[in-house]
Design a protein. Structure first.
Length: 500
């Protein structure tokens, strides 16, 4: 409620724009208090057992909102990766390959239910380790992760309907590598279809966000999966390389940056390994002058500020029709100023912590390049917590297509705004990118939606909404955003080999 006289708390103080309220708003803290049940030190999960790393090496997982250590994470070395693949191969030969689809499905249902049971605990762990607001980990990451297991559980005994008239087999053992922006959700996107199709996995979470993956190992154990079916190994990029190059890995499924994706493409070329790459993006969110403006403003805000902008499919380039650009930008500025940046565990927080110092530096560098190249920067004047890695929600005006901020993935809460006059100019600008992961279209004309969705080179196109996901809907890229799909029937097929 508006309070003029009371001073705002330091960590969440926020000045709303005069044109909206003309006053200072203060919210009482609403901390999420569930116990994340963290351990001081984690173990690798290999062959159904929690084991110390043979490498004897550990690294710290840091809470990005406090910069304090949360836990010690094992850094798997060569001997650990060899053990994980050996366990996965045995798990495949001895148990998983022999199990009928309906029994694999039962395990997946069990995992989904166990994850739901512990969803609050996992949501807190995810927000502590990664920095995302609790309302997102609680209402998005966790429910969607469980939904992926439920969805693929249903497919496990129906694979012949996914590929009618064709004989298909699992790869056997697959290596999977995931990023830090949706740690548990990306794990679910990887593990659920792999197990449903009869594969065994060795999976590596990202260095800065290993905790929920290692906690998930407890669920695998509790679900009583046969040993070796799922192996979870933490570590840095070097551990990822060991997975990619391991001869027992018959397929690699990677989600991460285009740069590392290209290196993996080179490393696996000629090896006969299957490969799917889910890489970066620089999505255009296109707003026509006939769009429902306020709804579009919300969609653009959600498109770029969801998860601090650490989203591969973030609508990071707004293309707004020139005739409405002025009013649209004014409304965006007003809305941006009302976003609350702060403690990820506060239920009122809209924008949490930037995942790592390294990522914060990258955002700052790219924003500086935008200013240097002549774009006009607008940032919320909200105060930031004194500790931790935070960044103000920002937008750039006067952006041209050659600016780095229009071409490179910032992966932070920074929107680049360009304008267009005609539909063909919008299409040309939207497609003028090396990426092709997602796009958004805002208009009240169905015909424009159809035209745009045919013309835009992107794997996912949202119309009059943004960042909507469903396990039944395939997700993946074109061009430098990668190849292969996750979700839906297509996501199953990428874990199967067609056999003559
Ligand atoms: P990243 O640096 O490419 O890392 C991704 C994963 O690969 C991490 O587990 C990383 O380990 C590991 N890795 C690093 N170097 C490796 C190597 N040489 N060989 C094998 N593995 C290696 O990406 P990120 O910074 O974590 O994630 C952000 C990127 O992911 C963004 O570009 C984003 O767009 C993309 N992303 C794409 C999707 C999609 O579905 N298309 C979804 C989410 C994110 P360490 O963390 O230990 O370095
Ligand atoms: Mg962390």
């Amino acid at each position: 409620m508006p309070t003029k006289s009371k001073p705002a708390r330091k960590s969440t103080r926020h000045r709303t724009p005069e044109l909206l309220f003309g006053d200072l708003w203060e919210f009482d803290p609403a901390p999420e208090l569930a116990d994340p049940k963290l351990k001081q030190s984690y173990s690798l999960y290999i062959n159904g057992q929690f084991v110390a790393p043979r490498s004897r090496k550990y690294f710290d997982s840091i809470n990005p909102s406090t910069e304090k250590q949360l836990a010690r994470i094992p850094a798997a070395g060569k001997a650990d990766i060899d053990a994980a693949f050996s366990a996965a191969q045995t798990g495949y030969n001895k148990y998983w390959a022999k199990l009928p689809g309906k029994d694999r499905g039962k395990y997946l249902y069990r995992i989904a239910r166990l994850l739901q049971d512990r969803s609050r605990e996992f949501a807190v762990a995810e927000s502590l380790d990664g920095g995302k607001p609790i309302k997102e980990s609680r209402d998005f990451d966790l429910p969607l992760a469980a939904a992926h297991f439920f969805y693929y559980a249903g497919w496990a005994d129906k694979l012949e309907y996914a590929l009618p008239g064709v004989s298909a087999k699992p790869y056997g053992v697959v290596g999977q590598i995931i990023p830090w922006n949706f740690p548990l959700l990306m794990l679910a996107w990887k593990i659920a279809p792999a197990l449903a199709t009869g594969n065994c996995v060795v999976i590596k979470p990202a260095e800065t966000t290993s905790i929920t993956a290692l906690k998930f190992a407890q669920i695998i154990q509790e679900a009583d999966l046969p040993p070796g079916v799922v192996n979870i190994v933490s570590g840095a990029g070097a551990t990822g390389q060991l997975i990619v190059n391991h001869p027992a890995a018959k397929k690699i499924a990677f989600t991460g940056s285009t740069e590392v994706g290209k290196a993996i493409l080179r490393a696996t070329a000629g090896s006969g390994k299957g490969l799917t790459l889910e890489l970066g993006g620089k999505a255009a969110n296109v707003v026509f002058d006939d769009a429902p403006i306020d709804q579009a403003v919300e969609g653009v805000i959600n498109g770029i500020f969801f998860n601090q902008g650490h989203v591969c499919c973030a609508g990071s380039r707004l293309l707004v029709q020139e005739s409405i650009a002025k009013v649209f930008v004014r409304k965006l500025k007003t809305r941006i100023a009302s976003l609350r940046v702060g403690d990820p565990l506060d239920k009122n927080t809209d924008i949490g912590a930037i995942n790592s110092k390294e990522q914060l530096d990258k955002i700052e560098q790219l924003v500086a390049s935008g200013v240097e190249e002549g774009a006009e920067l607008f940032q919320s004047s909200c105060s930031l917590p004194s500790q931790g890695w935070f960044y103000r929600p920002s937008l750039f005006l006067g952006v041209t297509q050659s600016h780095r901020i229009a071409r490179e993935e910032i992966f932070g809460p920074v929107l680049s705004i360009l304008t267009f006059r005609t539909i063909s100019e919008a299409i040309e600008k939207a497609n003028n990118t090396a990426y092709g992961l997602s796009a958004g279209v805002w208009t009240d004309k169905g015909s424009k939606i159809l035209k745009m969705s045919t013309a835009l080179q992107a794997g996912v196109i949202w119309a009059n909404t943004y960042n909507k996901f469903d396990p039944a809907s395939p997700f993946g890229g074109y061009k430098e955003s990668g190849f292969g799909r996750e979700g839906g029937k297509q996501g199953l097929c990428d874990y199967l080999k067609i056999v003559p």
